[in-house]
Write a protein that binds this ligand. Structure first.
Ligand SMILES: Cc1cc2nc3c(=O)[nH]c(=O)nc-3n(C[C@H](O)[C@H](O)[C@H](O)COP(=O)(O)O)c2cc1C
Length: 209
């Protein structure tokens, strides 16, 4: 039995969303083709990514020097540990997000800050960092208003997917796949067609993921 972790980095809960629609198609097809696998959905907006703030750094400092932590610090560090453990336990991870200003939503960047932990997801060596998670599989589903990945229609810089891919490479993950749903605001009349095509691709990929 494999563990699939779906990382939902989208603020919408009721408003229609292309990336969430495609992710739902992927999940349904995955459930049908992998009935014994365990699927967990982590909603970064609803659940609130544990912060990397002054309290976190102070708690880490106290931990390092064996000082007593406050209950707030204990709670924050235990949430950090639980979220990291969930990421480490997953065999397959699906990231779902809208493109915001040529990048990932801030919550997803914050999630990556939470998982980029030396000796857990990568380690430092004299030859540079080495990833510790070579067996995991990753799918990135991203929706955008413009075009970035069609060979003849890319119009602007896209920093989100290359960054996510780079972080997964840091963790040693070799199997990194993508589904881009694009041009949704540039050509609204083609929106449904683009979403349907991505749903078909997602359902096909789910069977072999
Ligand atoms: C704050 C914000 C920033 C956005 N920035 C971009 C952008 O840089 N490039 C782009 O193509 N679309 C951009 N969009 C449009 C969304 O990526 C697009 O509407 C996408 O379909 C949203 O995903 P969803 O359909 O899953 O909600 C932006 C939308 C918002 C709300």
């Amino acid at each position: 039995m494999a563990k699939l972790l779906m990382i939902n980095a989208h603020p919408h809960t009721t408003v229609p969303s292309a990336s969430l629609t495609v992710a739902a198609s992927f999940k349904t097809a995955y459930q049908q083709t992998h009935p014994n696998d365990e699927i967990t959905t982590r909603d970064l907006y609803q659940d609130g990514v544990p912060a990397l703030n002054d309290t976190t750094f102070e708690a880490w400092r106290k931990q390092k020097y064996g000082e007593e932590l406050t209950s707030v610090e204990v709670e924050l560090l235990s949430r950090h540990a639980a979220w990291l453990a969930e990421f480490l336990a997953a065999d397959k991870i699906v990231f779902v997000n809208p493109m915001y200003n040529h990048f990932l939503p801030a919550e997803l960047k914050q999630y990556l800050d939470l998982t980029a932990v030396a000796r857990k997801t990568f380690k430092y060596t004299v030859n540079g960092p080495v990833g510790l998670l070579p067996d995991k599989h990753v799918l990135h589903i991203q929706a955008a208003g413009g075009y970035y990945h069609q060979p003849d229609q890319h119009n602007q810089v896209e920093a989100g997917d290359p960054y996510l891919r780079g972080m997964m490479q840091l963790y040693g993950i070799q199997d990194y796949r993508t589904i881009f749903i694009e041009g949704l605001d540039q050509f609204p009349e083609q929106r449904e067609q683009a979403i349907t095509a991505a749903q078909v691709a997602a359902e096909k990929l789910a069977g072999e993921f």
